[in-house]
Design a protein around this ligand. Structure first.
Ligand code: FAD
Length: 463
């Protein structure tokens, strides 16, 4: 019996992994992870994501070793690397779990076609989303653009139970190709090493993900409907990076919520639904990170344009680049924004409520194109996700699907009073708050709000 290659991508786990299960059922298996920075259209990982990936691969290698499966690492264009690996070990089959980005699907289709020609069995499975984006359509056969009916349709389905870790198999007895050493990928920052705060907050890998999931279901879930809005508490699950990297599958999280759902558990389940909805949008709109879904926003007069040069720059806003830097560093003088940006820089994560406030401030009070904020988050978040990040930025900017209307402009001060009533979150992240070392607000909230509404009105009026 020939061995098979199981190709890991956004599914860095051994439990509930249908591709791994199929490979082990087939006989001896070799695992492969490819760092693909060359195939056209594949978005290179940001800095915080690279840190996570390094540690996640280390954990995966151990979990696979316990099953007698070696993990090969190789940097290069995935199409070539997968073919070379299959050829080198004399594989009879290729297994992977599906991914949904357009460039990634092009690569996968190419490999499938090569495998067919070469006489290899190639098989893919559903593992990373609860729904297959092409299977769920509106009554008229199109993509969903509104969350509520989308989620109503999806959540009416039964989702399969998660699969157990496969039994230890026969092991691969042949010779393995000499591939890369993880260290040679230099995924970890060195000069300077800014990852100390990430390591304090996070332990990447499936075991830590399961521990966090169990703790949250036990202690946090019953109060989630309130707790999720409070950055000063541990009220949300902090599972986003584990879901992003596939150390936990959505099926595992869904079933951990139990079958009889409290209000909190239903709200939590619908947050998983937002993740699905973001991927639904991304599948149907591969340029989600670079193009407004609502094209009238192409006319929006940004103070600082998008990375593609769209929409600005407008005279009178010469200070936009400095304001952008103040926003990145958490020095805007608006504590809710600054605390969030410092939390992000230090830990690679920001609370959802604060992400909305910080993003709204950038786009609406500073008038800076959402793409620049999206790129900053992409580089700094450990959960940076090619679908959820741009979809949420477009949601805040008003240019996305089922988006928050542009005229709903968060007031960072009102949000602070409401969601950090004792000032604990601010005190933690901004120790100098209330002293002369903390900057004055870099803009006037009232004036910039009025300017944003005026710009929006102008955009709507042009035909
Ligand atoms: P919980 O409240 O415990 O939610 C549970 C899970 O549901 C999350 O882990 C996540 O997988 C999913 N989820 C929750 N809210 C959303 C949402 N609005 N959209 C999509 N999925 C959601 N989330 C990412 O995973 N990656 C991103 O790159 C990302 N970028 C964002 C950018 C902006 C501007 C905003 C406003 C939100 C972004 N989010 C992103 C969504 C959300 O902020 C995070 O998923 C959440 O803060 C993660 O913390 P948690 O695991 O404690 O969430």
């Amino acid at each position: 019996m020939k061995p098979s290659v199981v190709w890991f991508r956004d599914d860095l786990r051994v439990a509930d992994n249908p591709a791994l299960r199929a490979a082990v059922d087939d006989g001896a298996a070799v695992a492969l992870y490819v760092l693909d920075e060359e195939s056209p259209g594949i978005r290179p990982h940001g800095g915080a994501a690279r840190w996570w990936l390094h540690h996640s691969l280390t954990a995966l290698r151990e979990d696979l070793a316990a099953l007698g499966i070696p993990l090969l690492l190789r940097r290069g264009p995935a199409g070539e690397v997968v073919q070379q690996t299959a050829t080198a070990i004399g594989a009879g089959a290729l297994y992977w779990n599906r991914r949904y980005g357009s460039a990634e699907r092009t690569v996968d289709a190419g490999i499938k076609s090569w495998a067919g020609d070469a006489g290899l069995h190639a098989s893919s499975s559903q593992a990373s989303l609860l729904h297959e984006p092409w299977e769920v359509t509106t009554k008229t056969g199109g993509q969903y653009k509104v969350f509520t009916p989308f989620w109503r349709t999806i959540s009416a389905q039964e989702f399969r139970e998660p699969l157990a870790v496969p039994e230890k198999g026969h092991g691969f007895g042949g010779e393995l190709p000499a591939y890369d050493d993880l260290e040679s990928w230099s995924l970890l920052p060195t000069s300077p090493d800014w990852a100390g705060g990430l390591a304090e907050m996070w332990t990447p890998g499936a075991a830590a993900g399961h521990k966090r999931l169990a703790e949250f279901v036990d202690q946090g879930l019953s109060n989630y409907s309130e707790g999720r809005n409070r950055p000063d508490t541990d009220g949300s699950s902090c599972l986003s990076p584990y879901l992003r990297w596939g150390e936990l599958s959505p099926f595992q999280v869904w079933h951990a919520l139990g079958s009889r759902r409290s209000e909190s558990a239903s709200i939590y389940a619908s947050e998983l639904g937002w993740r699905e909805f973001c991927w639904h949008q991304y599948f149907h709109n591969p340029d989600l990170a670079t193009a407004n879904l609502r094209t009238e926003f192409d006319r929006f007069p940004w103070a600082w344009p998008g990375s593609d040069g769209s929409g600005g720059q407008h005279p009178g806003h010469e200070s936009a680049p400095e304001e952008f830097r103040a926003w990145q560093k958490g020095r805007t003088g608006f504590p809710m924004v600054d605390a969030g940006q410092r939390q992000l820089w230090r830990t690679g994560w920001m609370h959802n409520r604060v992400r909305m406030v910080a993003a709204s401030f950038l786009v609406k009070n500073l008038g800076i194109h959402w793409q620049l904020g999206e790129q900053w988050f992409w580089d700094t978040l450990v959960d940076a996700d090619p679908a959820s990040n741009p979809a949420n930025w477009q949601w805040v900017a008003g240019s996305g699907a089922d988006a928050s209307p542009f005229f709903r402009i968060f007031n960072p001060e009102a949000q602070r009073v409401k969601f950090d009533p004792q000032g604990k979150y601010i005190a933690h992240w901004i120790p100098e708050f209330g002293t002369p070392d903390y900057p004055e607000g870099i803009v006037d909230l009232k004036t910039t709000r009025a300017e944003a509404l005026e710009a929006y009105k102008g955009m709507k009026e042009v035909h």
